[in-house]
Design a protein around this ligand. Structure first.
Ligand SMILES: NC(=O)c1ccc[n+]([C@@H]2O[C@H](COP(=O)([O-])OP(=O)(O)OC[C@H]3O[C@@H](n4cnc5c(N)ncnc54)[C@H](OP(=O)(O)O)[C@@H]3O)[C@@H](O)[C@H]2O)c1
Length: 266
């Protein structure tokens, strides 16, 4: 799985923006972005349709991640949801198919459906999103180490996942996919501590926030932008190497949790 991807939440919500958004995704592909993250929830299928339009004729070499609602997590529900997503994405398979957040359907049912989809070649890999430690431990044991990722709310201002969850994933070789890596362009990007490091690297605050996540072992970032110039800026963060002085300053400004905290969610 590539370490950098494009998020698509808030895309596909307005039909008059459809072509513009497809153009943005095509521009991202032209820049070398190969991972696209989406969900049946985004624009109630609209984001998947935009992606389907943007990737027509260039599916090869792309890594598509999508997610299904917990209310579709029954054995037949997952299979039907996946088939709908594939139709909207206009392709034969999804590379990584995730349960969007924990729900009430017993997990063995969900994983049985995921195995079936995998055996049929409709998905290459499967995983979860927004799972804390106790929820990860409820996953059928044989599937725990087979997870393609746990996609979680993770950025400098929200390091809750570092309390037990990321270590659990790392021990099993499961990537942590950091969503809202820019904290949705909140005050994080106006932090003086980040600004000072950005100055040292002739970089932007967003790039420092992404470079810090990419420095964390086994971590993938999926920032969303609807502006090609920002997508290029975000992609270029992968080339920034933070030094020990930078990392210490960031740890001081945004400390890791020192006691049990609940995994955040957006
Ligand atoms: N699994 C889950 O439950 C879950 C939850 C939330 C998100 N996600 C996934 O993660 C992706 C990313 O998270 P997100 O969209 O919540 O938030 P995000 O990527 O942290 O932030 C997106 C916001 O940052 C702005 N932005 C992007 N690049 C920037 C830059 N270089 N400088 C300044 N501002 C910049 C964007 O505005 P412009 O578009 O105007 O550039 C947008 O307002 C989502 O799109 C979705 O695919 C998953």
């Amino acid at each position: 799985m590539p370490a950098f991807g494009l998020g698509t939440w808030r895309m596909g919500e307005h039909p008059d923006q459809f072509q513009r958004e497809a153009d943005v995704i095509r521009a991202a592909l032209d820049m070398g972005v190969t991972l696209i993250d989406t969900a049946e929830m985004y624009g109630e299928g609209g984001a998947e349709e935009v992606i389907g339009e943007a990737i027509r004729g260039r599916r090869d070499g792309l890594f598509l991640a999508s997610k299904f609602y917990p209310h579709n997590a029954s054995r037949s529900g997952v299979i039907e949801a996946c088939e709908r997503s594939l139709r909207r994405l206009d392709c034969d398979s999804i590379d990584l198919y995730l349960l969007h957040w924990p729900g009430s359907v017993p997990l063995p049912q969900t994983f049985e459906a995921l195995h079936e989809l995998q055996a049929q070649g409709k998905i290459r890999d499967f995983g979860v999103s927004n799972f804390n430690l106790s929820e990860l431990e409820k996953i059928p044991e044989a599937d725990q180490s087979r997870l393609g990722c746990n996609q979680v709310f993770y950025n400098l201002a929200h390091r809750e996942v570092e309390w037990e969850v990321s270590a659990w994933c790392r021990e099993r070789g499961i990537p942590v996919m950091a969503y809202s890596p820019l904290d949705q362009a909140s005050s994080l990007l106006r932090s003086p501590a980040i600004a000072a490091i950005a100055d040292r690297h002739s970089a932007s605050p967003a790039q420092i926030a992404l470079a810090w996540l990419l420095h964390q072992p086994g971590t993938v970032v999926i920032p969303k932008s609807a502006r090609p110039a920002r997508i290029q800026e975000n992609l270029d963060a992968a080339a920034i190497e933070l030094g020990s002085e930078d990392l210490t300053a960031l740890d001081n400004a945004f400390p890791a949790p020192q006691q049990a905290v609940r995994l955040g969610m957006r």
